[in-house]
Write a protein that binds this ligand. Structure first.
Ligand SMILES: Cc1ncc(COP(=O)(O)O)c(C=O)c1O
Length: 482
């Protein structure tokens, strides 16, 4: 955000936009929240949006759009083949990423599907800094294996490491040498590493891994879905980038890669996605599959209106005011909560605030899903929905055993330019109340457990009557207040 000082009052994050379209919200009474929570099986994905006061489930497809994006949607050139809107998008994406070829896809996971189909043979590994749920699910479905190479500190919830998404290159090199180059399908780097708290990757680390991939002639693939957040942190935390334009940082990162894919739902504040390629040979392999899975090349499963919005959204990622709003609000909410003793992922990252539930609920064992439990408690206390990012987000292994996540987080996403500071204060206030009453919160168990990506559709119930006790305490402390 622009350098603007406050003289008389304490500084707070200052929005560099104004709100011109609004959506009415309501906070259901406590009794209703209890009912809706039970009906949803303690799973935010089953809640209806109308039953939620502050929707912090995700930043995906729910970022605020700009007036320029909305007006571009009116100009959409609807056509099955050869739409002008598509060529606009292709041009801007290739320009920003410095790539030669573009293939659209209906969203990020569609790119992951294509990547696995084209580049992965059964039994091969995909080394990466850290997995994302859909990326890993596609790799496993194609009978590949995921290996992660963060430094140990990357998995520590509290740390001073500015770039927790960085890769331990020596460990990665040893792995490639041990397994043999042919066992590696491609190396995947995720910018703004989602599941460890939206933590960034340094330009230095992007480069080091690139060098290694060149040495072994391994394809180097960037998941750029959270690149905008990452760039903010490169500029504010990495000396080399401090005086660079956003465009220059993006270019220095992207030129390391053979293939770049992204979820436009996150990166471009529009619902879609796409992939870019340096080599024509790679491009043609992916292009030819597009009509089979996504739709014709010039819309890729997206509405043409979204294609227009995505083109403008991509352009707007070059605006520092735009890309700094999320991280600055996240840092502010993290600061407020940390000051009150709530265990948070630090340093604050992109995409959302992340509560360290291992420390918040030390008495709830991981196989009773502390982050899922805290999530349902927060819905009861505040009508807020977030996302469990811990053991519940893992699937069981092939023997049916729980896979205990390395980090047990409750993520409260801050979709870009959507929530006001007062809404964040309300959320923080209820979280602090929950922290003070954490002894009342117990675990959850499945009543209905899907085999793949169980966090989406699974249903759970509280173990024992802790939710009743929590509700009773809420009534005592809050009286008639919602
Ligand atoms: C880092 C990352 N990669 C890929 C995806 C998948 O993108 P989509 O939701 O558009 O399928 C996401 C979505 O949350 C993500 O955060």
């Amino acid at each position: 955000m622009a350098e603007i000082s406050f003289i008389k009052l304490p500084e707070v994050p200052l929005e560099m936009h104004k709100v011109r379209i609004v959506q009415k919200l309501s906070l259901l009474p406590l009794e209703e929240r209890v009912k809706k929570n039970k009906e949803s099986g303690n799973n935010a994905h089953w809640l209806k949006n109308e039953d939620v006061f502050i929707d912090m489930l995700t930043d995906s497809g729910v970022n605020a759009m700009s007036d320029r994006q909305l007006s571009a949607m009116m100009l959409a050139d609807d056509a099955y083949a050869g739409s002008a809107s598509y060529y606009k998008l292709e041009k801007i994406v290739c320009e920003i990423f410095g790539m030669k070829h573009f293939v659209p896809a209906h969203q990020g996971r569609a790119c992951e599907h294509l990547l696995c189909e084209v580049l992965l043979k059964p039994g091969q590994y995909v080394p990466m800094n850290h997995h994302f749920t859909t990326a890993r699910a596609h790799i496993l479905k194609s009978k590949g294996k995921v290996e992660e190479f963060l430094y140990d500190e990357g998995w520590q919830a509290q740390s001073d490491l500015p770039f927790k998404g960085d890769v331990d290159v020596e460990k990665l090199r040893d792995f490639i040498l041990k397994k043999g180059r042919d066992k590696i399908a491609f190396v995947r780097m995720e910018a703004g590493t989602n599941l460890i708290g939206g933590q960034p990757v340094s330009l230095e680390s992007f480069r080091k891994v690139s060098k290694l991939c060149r040495e072994f002639d391994i394809k180097y693939v960037l998941d750029a879905s959270l690149l905008a957040d990452n760039i903010y942190f490169n500029k504010t935390r990495e000396k080399e980038c401090q005086n660079m334009e956003i465009k220059e940082i993006i270019s220095l990162i992207c030129k390391q890669f053979d293939i770049i894919y992204f979820s436009g739902r996150k990166l471009a504040c529009a619902r879609g996605g796409g992939m870019c390629f340096l080599s024509e040979e790679d491009y043609l392999k992916f292009r030819d599959l597009t009509p089979l899975y996504e739709g014709f090349l010039t819309y890729g499963g997206m509405s043409i209106r979204e294609v227009e919005a995505m083109a403008v959204g991509m352009e707007e990622t070059l605006d520092f005011d735009m890309i700094s709003q999320g991280p600055i609000f996240i840092a502010e909410m993290t600061r407020i909560l940390t000051e009150q003793g709530v265990p948070m992922v630090t340093p604050a990252g992109g995409l959302g605030v992340h509560i360290d539930c291992t420390k918040f609920l030390p008495n709830v064992p991981p196989n009773q899903y502390p982050a899922g439990a805290l999530h349902s408690a927060l819905y009861l206390a505040a009508g807020i929905r977030g996302t469990e990012r811990g053991t519940l987000s893992e699937d069981r292994d092939k023997n049916g055993n729980e896979v205990i996540a390395k980090m047990e987080l409750l993520r409260l996403a801050l979709p870009r330019r959507v929530f006001t500071l007062s809404q964040l204060h309300f959320a923080a206030d209820r979280i602090i109340w929950l922290y003070e009453n954490r002894d009342l919160i117990g675990g959850l168990q499945f009543t209905d457990e899907p085999k793949v990506l169980r966090f989406f559709f699974g249903k759970l119930e509280p173990i024992g009557d802790w939710q009743k006790k929590l509700v009773k305490k809420f009534r005592k402390d809050f009286g008639d207040s919602l």
